[in-house]
Design a protein around this ligand. Structure first.
Ligand SMILES: *Cc1c(COP(=O)(O)O)cnc(C)c1O
Length: 370
């Protein structure tokens, strides 16, 4: 096989083409203004994102990873602290905990949703636990009510990793607005994506907001009067201008992803050995990824065969975080996450994906050898 797959796992072109003129005008506007750092677009995007999410404060930062690092620090998490999180996520979730000097404590997932199992959190709480860091994986809410209840009981902060779920909901509430802070990524492949790196912290907590604003500019409230050791982590003005063009479309895009997911669900009914995604009754899943389980140990074989037919698929994630070399001294056994890592397969999905493409993807799955 050579070159690009015939069907990519993600096609950003339709979205970019549909908004081309507006995007170009937005980018040119920044170039003409000469204001490239913390200009009017960053401010306006923060206001527009806060209004969309229904939070008091939104703070633009350089990436989703930085959103996590800065939110954790702004919430007072640091050396000696433990943060309970999921092992079935992108590395950055745990990495951020380690970056602030704290220790990630992994608890297993609910195999239906792939998200942290709230029943397993309480047994993992110690005298050093300071926060819970749930991830809304693939665009679906973690079960937040029991997490918030435990947080109140043990006086823990809750930081939501919402990198994959902009606009997703839990019981009608926007994800990233339920805990003390929500962290978003605008990495180009995310369901709300920029044309480069970008991130956002959402919060209703004035103290967290103030600290986060300070930390993103070298720990200074007033320029050149630095109070703490911070970061250079600002949302780029051009990316903010691009995100302002895209934000008004996010609900429509998420709805289109949901429709595409429903079509896959229907088409996959006839395919044995595949478990389709489960949408929890409390969730409005936005299908950042459409991720199935391939049963009977056939995932890698299946992936190879459909890749050879020119259809892009991905495995998010082949190794759970607690098994990665960076956390190798962590001897925990988390069978739910380990099994998921061996079975998951994400199929092509984007808002404008055509039903013909979806049928082709499913056809490639039907023709698999037993
Ligand atoms: C993408 C992602 C991040 C990191 O976001 P970046 O913008 O790439 O730094 C963190 N957590 C999860 C779950 C992600 O998917």
């Amino acid at each position: 096989m050579s070159g690009l797959p015939e069907i990519p796992v993600l096609d950003l072109a339709p979205e970019t083409e549909a908004l081309w003129d507006e995007l170009m005008a937005a980018i040119q506007g920044v170039l003409k203004s000469g204001r490239f750092i913390m200009g009017p677009n960053v401010k306006a995007f923060e206001q527009e994102a806060a209004a969309y999410l229904g939070v008091k404060y939104a703070i633009g930062v350089n990436s989703g990873t930085d959103a996590l690092v800065i939110a954790l620090r702004a919430a007072g998490i640091g050396p000696g602290d433990e943060v309970i999180t999921t092992p079935f996520t992108f590395f950055a979730t745990a990495e951020a905990v380690s970056q602030v000097g704290a220790t990630p404590v992994f608890v297993d997932i609910d195999p239906r949703t792939f998200n942290i199992n709230p029943d397993l959190i309480e047994p993992a709480v110690t005298s050093r636990t300071r926060a819970v860091l749930p991830v809304h994986l693939y665009g679906q809410a973690a079960d937040m009510d029991p997490i918030m209840e435990l947080a109140r009981k043990y006086n823990l902060k809750v930081i939501e990793d919402t990198a994959q779920a902009f606009g997703g909901e839990y019981k009608g509430r926007k994800l990233g607005t339920i805990g003390d802070a929500g962290c978003f990524s605008f990495f180009p492949s995310k369901n709300l994506g920029a044309f480069g790196d970008g991130g956002l912290i959402a919060t209703n907590d004035g103290e967290i907001a103030e600290k986060a604003r300070m930390l993103r500019v070298h720990g200074a409230k007033k320029k050149y009067y630095n109070e703490v050791i911070g970061y250079n982590s600002r949302l780029d003005e051009i990316q903010a201008a691009i995100l302002r063009v895209k934000l008004p479309h996010i609900d429509q895009w998420n709805e289109a992803r949901r429709q595409a997911a429903k079509r896959y669900d229907e088409l996959l009914k006839e395919v044995p050995g595949i478990i389709t995604p489960y949408e929890a009754p409390y969730a409005r899943h936005v299908y950042h990824q459409y991720t199935v389980r391939v049963m009977d140990g056939k995932r890698d074989k299946v992936k190879l065969i459909i890749d050879e037919q020119g259809i892009g698929t991905m495995v998010y994630y082949p190794v759970p975080v607690h098994k990665l070399p960076a956390y190798a001294d962590n001897n925990c056994r988390l069978p739910g996450a380990e099994q998921a890592a061996g079975e998951v397969l994400s199929l092509p999905i984007w808002a404008e994906i055509a039903v013909e493409i979806q049928k082709k993807v499913i056809l490639s799955l039907k023709e698999l050898p037993a």
